[in-house]
Design a protein around this ligand. Structure first.
Ligand code: N01
Length: 481
């Protein structure tokens, strides 16, 4: 029976969903994208120094590895180019509907009725939401932000028309983004002021370029490329991913590496004290950089940790009364990582709204579906293991799982499928219990934690995630005849 699909979002997961539908012989689908281009986070983020902290050989679809990545952690523009190339190769162009921001999706008479911002509509049997996590820029709640007389922009909306050379530039934030921006611009600007609310642990990971010979070798040998993929995937899974969920031995190694990095590479004791966190490594997303410490010690750079009082036309006033005069202010203040599917208004069976179902917490069944929302699935939904390993691996496992559920409907076994309330409740109770053993709740503020202090991550091993995604347990689902 022919079924129609609406995929929402043309980032990494939406492109993947399109490829997998085509692979199954499904041609009746549209990928709605609110922007004018595909790419998701790699389209939106263009700041200087942008690269991915997952090695390039594993930050790629497993079925479409790329041998000629320029670096171990390649720049953002290269990653954007990769996704554009893959979408083209797999013939997705006719399926994209750009500038189509879906504002509302309503389940009525067994189908999903979608309305875009411009009033256009679509009707589909299935919705696959691939709307991303680090997507909605978080604007800091700082008094006077609007008053700043110079150029001011969020890191995910970098204004390339603003010249930085010879300017006094302020950066607010010390997350992965700021820590990449600082080394990339410090030599161009007259003065770089980093406004730090909380110091970060930094793991000194080098980012070597691949030589022409290495690239040629990986391009020529699918086997060597696959070995590299497996190697990097295993390194993450066996070390970092184990550490964050409670492996003390692995965590001790990470903690030592971070401490040694600080001791060995920050020479001024006063600056070192300023940069020393009072929480455990990897409680926040661990920063990977071997360029930040050298950059912040340059004579034209400084860290200001006095707390921001307000922003004034001329610059940033800190609580000690000092005005830090600036020409450009960069807000590297992160994202609202808990919006998930929203602000899209999703209305399920019997008028049940996702916004209401999630008013207290984003509770999904195994990250991919929600009770009362039949034939509605999410890629990289709540509690996906985004803190642990490559989000592409995660998304690939999730889409294979989702398509097994879709097949129940396509084969005529049922008309609609959604997880049961009881199974979802049980899954979330288990999650909360398991979170107690993770480093994310060891005492820090981070985007991992929701408003209740619960991490939006996966507290178990990669093996468990892969096992849970192998095949749906139909006892956990309500199948509508
Ligand atoms: O955002 P963040 P990000 N006043 O939320 C500070 C991925 N990523 O864009 O720590 C003052 O981590 C805030 O301070 P505090 C990666 O998963 C990956 O840097 O809350 N400061 C914090 O320092 C990453 O984790 C890559 O006290 C304020 C910063 O802003 C995720 O994206 C590269 C403030 C926000 O840090 C997000 O990283 C980039 C205020 N009012 C990003 N509000 C790679 O792959 C916020 N802050 C390498």
């Amino acid at each position: 029976m022919t079924k129609r699909f609406a995929i929402i979002g043309a980032g990494m997961s939406g492109i993947l969903a399109g490829i997998k539908l085509k692979e199954r012989g499904i041609a009746d689908f549209t990928i709605h994208e609110k922007a004018a281009r595909l790419g998701g986070t790699w389209r939106d983020n263009t700041y200087p120094g942008l690269s991915c902290d997952v090695p390039s050989h594993v930050y790629a679809y497993s079925f479409e590895l790329k041998g000629d990545w320029s670096h171990r952690f390649s720049p953002g523009a290269e990653i954007q180019g990769y996704f554009e190339g893959v979408a083209q190769k797999y013939g997705l162009a006719p399926h994209f509907r750009f500038d189509s921001e879906i504002e509302r999706a309503v389940f009525r008479d067994g189908r999903w009725h979608l309305t875009a911002r411009d009033g256009t509509t679509d009707v589909a049997d299935f919705v696959i939401s691939a709307t991303g996590v680090l997507h909605h820029p978080a604007w800091p709640d700082i008094a006077g932000l609007e008053d700043f007389a110079g150029a001011r922009f969020h890191s995910a909306r970098w204004d390339h028309s603003v010249a930085l050379d010879g300017k006094r530039v302020g950066v607010i934030g010390t997350g992965s983004t700021a820590i990449q921006i600082v080394p990339a611009i410090v030599d161009r600007v007259a003065r770089l002021t980093l406004f730090q609310r909380t110091p970060q642990w930094v793991l000194p990971l080098a980012n070597p370029a691949y030589s022409e010979e290495e690239k040629a070798m990986f391009v020529a040998s699918a086997e060597r490329l696959r070995q590299s993929y497996d190697y990097w995937a295993a390194r993450f899974i066996d070390t970092f991913a184990r550490a964050v969920i409670g492996d003390r031995e692995e965590m001790a190694k990470i903690e030592k590496a971070c401490r040694d990095n600080l001791l060995d590479n920050v020479h001024d004791p006063a600056l070192r004290a300023l940069l020393t966190p009072d929480y455990r490594a990897a409680c926040k997303r661990l920063i990977m950089s071997d360029t930040f410490y050298p950059a912040i010690q340059k004579p034209n750079a400084c860290v200001i940790a006095d707390g921001i009082e307000r922003i004034e036309p001329a610059g940033v006033r800190t609580r000690d009364g000092t005005l830090h005069a600036l020409d450009v202010l960069v807000l590297a203040t992160g994202f609202d990582a808990h919006a998930f599917v929203r602000p899209m208004d999703v209305v399920g069976d019997g008028g049940r709204r996702l916004a209401d179902a999630w008013s207290d917490a984003n509770e999904a069944y195994r990250s991919v579906a929600v009770p009362g929302f039949p034939n509605f699935f999410m890629l990289v939904g709540p509690n996906s293991p985004i803190g642990n390993f490559s989000v592409i691996q995660i998304s690939e496992l999730q889409i294979d799982y989702i398509l097994q559920l879709v097949d129940l409907v396509r084969s005529g076994r049922c008309q609609a499928v959604a997880p049961s309330t009881e199974a979802t409740r049980r899954f979330n109770a288990d999650l909360r219990e398991a979170m107690k053993g993770t480093v994310w709740v060891s005492g820090c503020r981070s985007w991992y934690l929701d408003k209740n202090g619960n991490p939006a991550l996966w507290p178990w091993s990669f093996d468990r995630f892969r096992d849970e995604m192998r095949a749906p347990d139909l006892a956990d689902f309500a199948l509508t005849a």
